[in-house]
Design a protein around this ligand. Sequence first.
Ligand SMILES: [Zn+2]
Length: 152
Amino acid sequence: MTQTLAFGLTILKSRIHGKGCFTAILFRQNQQIAEYVGERITLAEAERRRNISGQQCICDVDAEWAIDGSRGGNGTQYVNHSCEPNSDLIVLSGQRFHYALRDITPGEEITTEYLYELGLEGTGCNCQTGSCLEVINRAGITGESARQSARR
Ligand SMILES: [Zn+2]
């Protein structure tokens, strides 16, 4: 599958989980890294896809829409969760953007704190940061399929 990556991003094996999204250039604090793009779907469709496939790259945008980064994503769908993230995923005019929370040097993995948004509550976290909560379980849901896919 050919894939168009956003400028300054590269996809590499992650020590957190599967593939990760890494920087190829320097991103300054508060700088926009990339838009979270993909197929725009309704929340009902997002729910359906999460249930059938254990999808981990569907992000809610608002009360109506979500974005499925597995279809037409620009690399940001590989951004892994971390309890000590270096980027934030903000909502702006119905779109979502990764912003650098601090300077991110070339070759660093981009991370965001968003297990809850991806519907991965209950999944073990492997970010290996000092503030890692190890198991995120804000909603009290145990995501067995998500846990299995997290082991890949
Ligand atoms: Zn963690």
